[in-house]
Design a binder for this molecule. Structure first.
Ligand code: GLU
Length: 447
């Protein structure tokens, strides 16, 4: 990590002191601070605001007891970090994964403040989750876990207070069980308390597709700025969950070919283009490993054995799996193989060292705060529909999403230019996201 100077260094030292043993949170804060030097020089009044912004408004940690199918009592830890509500109710997903701890939830919540601000919609930032591992658990176990989790969480959330959604390990099934328990405890059909709901009970068209589609729309804007498009491009998409699946779908619709994807067991290379229907069958219906995709596909498809997915030559790379999945060696391989653009579909998937390599080589780099904001933006559209008891068509909602992504791209470019750092999408996203929240916080007084 590069050295910070002046007030940014002083504020960062306080963050380190207050949040020991939280490497992911410290990394996320540092990545933002690195780009704020010119803003602080222009606006010394933002110093106090930034200090407050790094301290969550509220952090909730709770016990989640539940009984597994063998009748054994299981205990997990639940989290909800309500980070910043200057622009609107706390908004951000829930992640169920064994790696979840306070550092992970805080890094995600911190990123969410800036991402949500960039959408231009009235949503604050928050995040939550649990170290519960849904993998290998029966539907009944997942339901019992979700019900127990909500039995504590319900008292902290509400359509005007805090609105959770999905993230890794939390999809339509989990949101259903969580919403059912919330409805039961509160005796209210409060649709806007959760987003990512099913289409027949208050969900929005395009919400499942939104993060992946949005990331592709953003990269498409980057390509258009160079007078190009996805047509004929070879693309690597890591992951095979919700974000990756719909990123692949949109890339194929736009004429690109996704030649590789991955899961926690490894990666596959399919030079003819990933067969999306088969991928959905293997990952969403069977909840199986990618090796099953290879067996069923035939067609010269192979399981990758050399290094990582990022060592495979391609024009564009979209890390859509998880944090810190693309490291310095991967970045060097992408550069050596002539990759032109890296767009983050996941949250903070590229390590700081890898970002330096990519930027030094002049590769277009879209940070997650901007590139993956389509998911939460469409959640905000779901909240709008719930508030007006309305439901919009797929076409209309997709149009709104693509307008939002175009506008985020424009904001990033304009802000980077304004601060004399052209083509630096990280600086553009961080500065624009920060200034919007900082102005609101100043207006609301010291609270
Ligand atoms: N978990 C998603 C994200 O990282 C979506 C959050 C939401 O829809 O509230 O932005």
């Amino acid at each position: 990590m590069s050295e910070l100077e002046g007030p940014l260094k002083d504020i960062f030292d306080v963050v380190i002191h207050r949040n020991p043993g939280e490497p992911e949170f410290q990394q996320a804060v540092h990545e933002v601070f690195e780009t704020l030097t010119p803003v602080m020089a222009k606006h010394p009044e933002y110093e106090d605001v930034l200090t407050r912004m790094c301290e969550p408004e509220r952090q909730i940690i709770f016990r989640v007891p539940w009984i597994d199918d063998d009748g054994k009592v299981q205990i997990n830890r639940g989290f909800r970090v309500e980070f910043n509500s200057a622009l609107g109710p706390y908004k951000g997903g829930l992640r169920f994964h064994p790696s979840v701890n306070l550092s992970i939830v805080k890094f995600l919540g911190f990123e969410q403040i800036f991402k949500n601000s960039l959408t231009g919609l009235p949503i604050g930032g928050g995040k939550g989750g649990s170290d519960f591992d849904p993998k290998g658990r029966s539907d009944r176990e997942v339901m019992r876990f979700c019900q127990s989790f909500m039995t504590e969480l319900y008292r902290h959330i509400g359509d005007k207070t805090d609105v959770p959604a999905g993230d890794i390990g939390v999809g339509g099934r989990e949101i259903g069980y969580l919403f059912g328990q919330y409805k039961r405890i509160t005796n209210r059909y409060e649709s806007g308390v959760l987003t990512g709901k099913g289409l027949t009970w208050g969900g929005s068209q395009v919400r499942p597709e939104a993060t992946g589609y949005g990331a592709v729309f953003f990269v498409d804007e980057m390509l258009k700025a160079k007078g190009q498009g996805f047509d004929g491009k070879k693309v690597l998409v890591s992951g095979s969950g919700n974000v990756a699946t719909y990123a692949i779908e949109k890339i194929h619709q736009l004429g690109g070919t996704v030649i590789g994807c991955s899961d926690s067991s490894g990666y596959v290379i399919d030079e003819k283009g990933i067969d999306l229907e088969l991928l959905k069958e293997v990952k969403q219906v069977r909840r199986a490993r990618l090796s099953e995709y290879v067996e069923l596909r035939g067609n010269g498809t192979k399981v990758g054995t050399d290094g990582t997915l990022w060592q495979v030559p391609a024009d564009i790379a979209l890390p859509c799996a998880t944090q810190n999945e693309l490291d310095e060696d991967d970045a060097k391989a992408l550069v050596a193989n002539g990759c032109q653009i890296v767009g983050e579909g996941a949250n903070m998937p590229t390590t700081p060292e890898a970002i330096k390599v990519l930027q030094a080589a002049g590769i277009g780099f879209a940070p997650g705060k901007a590139a993956n904001a389509g998911g939460v933006a469409t959640s905000a559209l779901e909240m709008q529909q719930n508030a007006s008891r309305d439901s919009w068509s797929f076409e209309y909602t997709e149009e709104r999403l693509s307008d939002i992504m175009r506008s985020i791209h424009e904001t990033c470019v304009e802000t980077a230019d304004e601060y004399n750092d052209p083509n630096n999408y990280i600086a553009g996203a961080n500065i624009a996201g920060f200034v919007h929240v900082a102005e609101a916080m100043l207006a609301l007084g010291v609270i």
